[in-house]
Design a protein around this ligand. Structure first.
Ligand code: ADP
Ligand code: MG
Length: 457
């Protein structure tokens, strides 16, 4: 049973984000299947709701993959408080969507730090934003909004993956607007803070004040990470009215999200269509050249001496997002300082050791022989032996063919490695398999394909 659960878990791990996996499945255990029902032990009641609403199909599918014959068809939940220990302390930064209609208030112990002037981050300006093909559109739209808020691109919706510069652009817009008009009333905040303030205002009978602030006391609303509102019906409703109030008075609204408007889960249709009514711009992960430029710019800003060679190396290794790119650079700089060494390629490689893909293990004749034996279920001694029965000769020919293809080993040497056969035997084996492949022989095609997959691309 344990093994079945382990296998199911490992296939789920591939399908879910690490955050969601850690939050929702790590604290869950399963040690029994009763009839067609898997009994899941969960840390608290909430997990039962959450898992049945979000993960039951995936879970059943994973069981099915792990053990097609004995897979359960249903889930049952049992609370086991000891599992509480495994619940991660911090919730994921981007919360998983909440079930519709159940959106509950986040707990607020203290009033949010509200009614502050804009909280723009002074570090993020257009000057230190590197433009490349991946972010060109988002950048151009942001500059346009920064120079003429409330005019052409309203609302502006920017979407893109984590760490690609959405927050940076949003802050840069705010700064630009303030440069041109220092009296502009800019509200920059995350959708999470909007939610918290809204709920706090409701609970403390200050909703009128809240509405005045967002609907009347604001010329530019910069709302970051709108996906946080997923499933939060009441906050969405409030935001919808805020949006309309501002929009009808030509106030600029900018919204960012990690996905395209229509892909935000559990977002009211009318809000989605508002978002789509203006300018929608995406930001993609930066290309190599842009990554190099970003690293160099960051190094300059931080006074880190950096060779082109090292910048190039980092840009080749770290591809996913800009935050990671910057983090890597800083890590290398700190290491250099601690060790009192110059930042060179060697140090960079050292610092990135954990991140680098393992060096390619060269494939050998033995690897191919073993893989072929396992695939056909024959013994290595038979593969190398003299028997000519098709049951062994056919796998032998395939193995020879693969060795020749993949390793380019000479015919005589292959003859040796296959138990001392003549090189002409190897040649005719390769010809034969080649011919079968060209004639699209089904068994051969699928065997070779499967074996190549096992041997790695
Ligand atoms: P997001 O909000 O999309 O998750 P951020 O705006 O927080 O990403 O960006 C993450 C980090 O990467 C920030 O430090 C930001 O300054 C930097 N960054 C992202 N894109 C660029 C860029 N094109 N040029 C310079 N810095 C960038
Ligand atoms: Mg952000």
């Amino acid at each position: 049973m344990n093994e079945l659960w382990e296998r199911a878990l490992s296939s789920l791990r591939d399908k879910l984000s690490a955050e969601n996996f850690d939050t929702w499945l790590s604290p869950v255990d399963c040690d029994a299947i009763e009839g067609d029902t898997a009994v899941l032990r969960i840390p608290n009641r909430f997990y039962a709701d959450w898992i049945s609403n979000h993960y039951s199909d995936l879970l059943l599918e994973a069981f099915e993959e792990a053990a097609p014959a004995e897979a359960p068809k249903r889930l049952r939940f049992e609370v086991d408080e000891q599992l509480q220990e495994k619940v991660p302390a911090a919730r994921p930064a981007v919360p998983a969507p909440r079930p519709r209609g159940r959106a509950s208030s986040p707990e607020l112990s203290s009033p949010p730090a509200t009614l502050k002037p804009t909280d723009l981050n002074p570090k993020y300006s257009f000057d230190n934003f590197v433009v490349g093909p991946s972010n060109q559109l988002g950048h151009a739209a942001s500059v346009a909004v920064g120079s003429a808020p409330g005019k052409r691109y309203n609302p502006l919706f920017i979407y893109g993956g984590v760490g690609l510069g959405k927050t940076h652009l949003m802050n840069a817009m705010g700064h630009r607007i303030l440069e041109d008009d220092p009296s502009a009333r800019i509200l920059y905040l995350s959708a999470e803070r909007f939610t918290n303030e809204f709920i706090w205002s409701l609970q403390n009978h200050r909703i009128d004040e809240f509405r005045r602030r967002y609907r009347e006391g604001c010329d530019v609303l910069l709302m970051d990470d709108i996906q946080f509102l997923a499933g939060r019906d009441q906050t969405q409703e409030e935001f919808f009215h805020t949006f309309n109030a501002l929009y009808h008075r030509d106030k600029q609204i900018v919204v960012t999200s990690d996905v395209y408007p229509q892909q935000i889960s559990e977002m009211e249709e009318r809000l989605v269509s508002r978002f789509q009514s203006g300018m929608v711009a995406d930001i993609q992960p930066p290309e190599l050249d842009t990554r190099v430029a970003i690293i160099q710019k960051k190094a300059e800003a931080e006074n880190i001496p950096l060779d082109a060679e090292v910048a190039d190396f980092i840009a080749h290794v770290v591809k996913s997002n800009v935050r990671e790119l910057e983090g890597t650079l800083l890590r290398i700089a700190v290491k250099a300082e601690l060790l009192n060494r110059p930042i060179d390629l060697e140090l960079a490689k050292d610092a990135l050791r954990g991140v680098l893909p393992p060096p390619e293990q060269a494939l050998t004749v033995e690897d191919i022989q073993r893989t072929v034996c396992a695939y056909f279920g024959i013994k290595l001694s038979d593969l190398k032996g003299k028997r000519r029965h098709r049951q062994v000769s056919y796998p032998r020919q395939i193995a020879m063919y693969l060795c020749r293809q993949r390793l380019g080993t000479s015919y005589p040497e292959l003859g040796d490695r296959f138990g001392g056969k003549d090189h002409t035997t190897v040649i005719s084996a390769c010809r034969k398999i080649n011919g079968l492949l060209e004639g699209e022989d089904e068994q051969t095609t699928s065997a070779v394909k499967a074996l190549e997959m096992k041997l790695g691309a």
